[in-house]
Design a protein around this ligand. Structure first.
Ligand SMILES: [Zn+2]
Length: 428
């Protein structure tokens, strides 16, 4: 019998789906969604499940770093920097079974497959499950990856507390097995990591609409947020005639529609704008609004187009101010540039897709991910799996086993390719 080449190595989809099902039981609520927010009891339960699984399979202790990220570090044949794979295990309230969990369990399945086949790579491999990727009651998302990338210090971290229970983040992280006083020790030394690979559900409907199972992510969108305060004049709803009003709410509506129009006119698949926060004051049936506050979230990667939209909105704001006799104040509250993924990892994922007979499709991620932070320290890339009907952050979230299998096998081939291509000395 001839020895199988690495190209014949494939993952065990039944085992992977079984693990997704098992982890998906942790935090399952009566409505069928998953409740597993940062530092909740179910977060801890999920951590214990992952640690135990890793320890059983790899016969090594799970490492918990100071921000409570979980790590399984496995040696390679040579003294090279590690290739890291993983994602996160927390979920939004009433979230789905695949967001995050799929990435952790797929990375696990790939390494387990290599172990089953007794294939030892040149590079050491590390599995990671990040702490608190999703928005949470501590008001800090992607916290685990931010800390290891050096984007948050111990001092920053000590400022956060749970908005309801008031528990300090430091105490909560301690319950998860971390220790914020040692946060600096969680920092990753760039020299020790060769690449980071993450699989995630797309969370949009582009793959579903195009009939594709998987795509390589080329960049993570830029995110720009503005807080808009419209000030008019509160007054009586009956005695103030229509022509003498300074209605802050209606001016805010007009401005919101101007935002929508400006972005729609781009006719781009890589730009969105949302006004999802509205605060009307005094918010009474018989009073014209004197003040209305909005938050605009714009996702766009192209800087020139972004500047064009903001310029258009300057003009629109001035027109609305004049016509409706209000003032519009705009404050930038977030301006995160788009994060390109590493060409080396993009090539590896493309290679992986072609190896399994899939087209090398490309997508821009319109959601933020841990990978955005990790890209500050190493070559980073992502592969997306089709989300059925583009649904995520809800109980209907679904990806089919056949698509998950393709993503896992493409990622396995990408890993084998990188193991061969990277020698640890090339420039990131
Ligand atoms: Zn996620």
């Amino acid at each position: 019998m001839s020895k199988p080449t690495n190209k014949n190595v494939t993952i065990h989809i039944k085992r992977l789906m079984h693990n997704i099902e098992q982890l998906g039981k942790i935090g399952l609520n009566k409505d069928g969604g998953i409740d597993r927010v940062l530092c909740s009891d179910t977060d801890l339960e999920a951590r214990n499940w992952i640690s135990r699984y890793w320890e059983q399979v790899f016969l090594k202790k799970t490492r918990v770093d100071p921000i409570a990220n979980l790590w399984m570090d496995l040696e390679g044949d040579r003294n090279l920097p590690a290739i890291v794979m993983g994602s996160h295990h927390d979920a939004v309230p009433c979230g789905g079974r695949f967001d995050g969990a799929l990435g952790v369990l797929m990375a696990t399945e790939i390494v387990e497959t290599l172990k089953d086949r007794r294939i030892r790579l040149r590079h050491p491999l590390s599995l990671v499950s990040f702490t608190g990727e999703e928005p949470n009651p501590f008001n800090i998302s992607t916290v685990g990856s931010k800390v290891i990338a050096g984007r948050l210090t111990k001092e920053d971290l000590h400022k956060y507390s749970h908005r309801e229970t008031k528990e300090l983040l430091g105490d909560a992280i301690k319950r998860m097995g971390g220790n914020l006083d040692l946060a600096e020790n969680a920092l990753i030394n760039k020299k020790n990591v060769a690449a980071f690979l993450e699989c995630h559900i797309e969370q949009g409907d582009k793959l579903d609409k195009s009939g594709l199972a998987i795509a390589t992510v080329t960049k993570i969108t830029g995110i720009y947020r503005e807080k808009i305060t419209v000030s008019g004049e509160a007054n009586h709803a009956g005695t103030t005639m229509m022509n003498s009003r300074k209605d802050a709410y209606l001016a805010a509506c007009e401005y919101s529609l101007a935002i929508e129009k400006a972005v729609k006119n781009l006719n781009s698949d890589e730009a969105t704008a949302t006004v999802g926060f509205v605060k009307v004051e005094p918010n009474e049936a018989n009073i014209i609004s004197g003040k209305t506050t909005l938050i605009m979230d714009m996702r766009i990667s192209d800087k020139v187009r972004k500047a064009g939209i903001l310029h258009k909105l300057d003009r629109e704001a001035a027109i609305i101010e004049g016509q409706r006799k209000v003032t519009i104040q705009r404050e930038v509250i977030l301006d995160q540039e788009c994060i390109p993924m590493s060409d080396t990892v993009i090539n590896a994922f493309d290679h992986g897709a072609v190896c399994i007979g899939e087209p090398a499709a490309h997508l821009v991620s319109m959601a933020g991910h841990d990978a955005a932070n990790i890209s500050m320290i190493t070559r980073t890339g992502m592969i997306f799996v089709k989300s059925v009907n583009g649904k995520s952050h809800c109980k209907e979230e679904l990806s089919y086993p056949e698509d998950i299998e393709k993503a896992a096998n493409a990622m396995l081939q990408a890993l084998l390719y990188l193991d061969k291509e990277l020698d640890g000395n090339d420039i990131i």
